[in-house]
Ligand binder design. Sequence first.
Ligand code: NIG
Ligand code: FE
Length: 437
Amino acid sequence: MEFAKGKIDLLLTGIGTLVTPVGIHPRRGEKMKQLHTINGAAIAIRDGYIVDFGQEQELLHRLQHAEITNTVDVGGRLVTPGLVDPHTHLVHAGSREHELALKRAGVPYLDILAQGGGILSTVKATRAATEQELYAKARRSLNEMLLQGVTTVEAKSGYGLTVEDELKQLRVAKQLDDTHPIDLVSTFMGAHAVPVEYKERTDAFVELIISEMLPRVAAEQLAQFCDVFCEQGVFSIEQSRRILLAGKQLGLRPKVHADEIVPLGGAELAGDVGAISAEHLLAASDEGLARMAAGNVIPVLLPGTSFNLGVKQHARARDMIDRYNLPVALATDYNPGSCPTESIQLIIMLASLHLKMTPEEILTACTLNAACALGRGGDIGSVEVGKRADLAVFDAPSISYLPYHFGINHTFGVIKNGVQVVWNREIMTEQHGVGVR
Ligand code: NIG
Ligand code: FE
């Protein structure tokens, strides 16, 4: 091995079981279950990348002449690729516990929004917040995610809804990407709700998004993707299509909040506009799922949202995997309204309980397929030579244990870009000589 001869910055030994999907492309259908498992494994890391891995004795033999700077024994624990959360509304101000009673009384999510609450209440708080305030709150959430084993997170704007306030959210995400161990991927979502000043004038707001917001976001390179809340009473199919195609022309790949509540045709739209992913999809039609499969759209399922909104209906993960050969990904949808949780491990449990996904499918959905939903399948999402050394270390005997023993955090450690950023369940700081930048 060419790599093994050189210097190794970090050698992880004593891995009880290493479990990972394989490849750089989304794993579809039946292939979601196929994982590479090595009992008694070790991983060699240099300059933040995996340079070799395999059965421990064999790897040590290959490395016999290598100069190894640091060796860390994982103590027989389970290691997987770092988890990827491909759908969050991370950067925002305030919280909405005042709406809990309304929700419990059965007032529908869209009715709360129509009354000026919901997303619009968070818009008010976010507009009033400084970048420093937004940064501090989002950073706390990122720390929670990191402690759960998450190493890459997507973050959407959409609580500003003015040119400047949308840019403010995206700048905060960029600053977090520069300063926090977790990598952030930004999505512009100016079409998240129609702000009060545009009430009953949705087309005029769409115009603002297309003519002013999108060009600024693209010029300042503040986002890689463009998302729309395509839902009855929010943005129609035609309005969504216009925004997504305008974004695409500027180099922002489409994502769609599609068919969450009403089967509007968002899944079909995602297929038509060449979206990288479509999210929610509880009400997606068969035609929509077929069009997604034809268009290579990744379904990003958010079981925490349906759980928290108390809806009985769940996304048809089994149909997506078994009938449509789709590459399902999972995400938290972390946001202050429909899903106020940073916990990917809760999502793992709900994917098992409500979506009937197997532990193998869930791991693929939270790693490689999630990475592909962010266009990062070539770089992260699996343990492979040449990929980034982003790893999660669990106090669990097997991946089945993760959805089984629920409500607690199983993560013991996290390696991000080859650095121990969480160990012994604590975030490493400068005092530990490693870790947080
Ligand atoms: O994905 N549905 C729209 N957007 C978010 C909710 C945002 C909020 O309620 O603040 C979602 O569920
Ligand atoms: Fe969302």
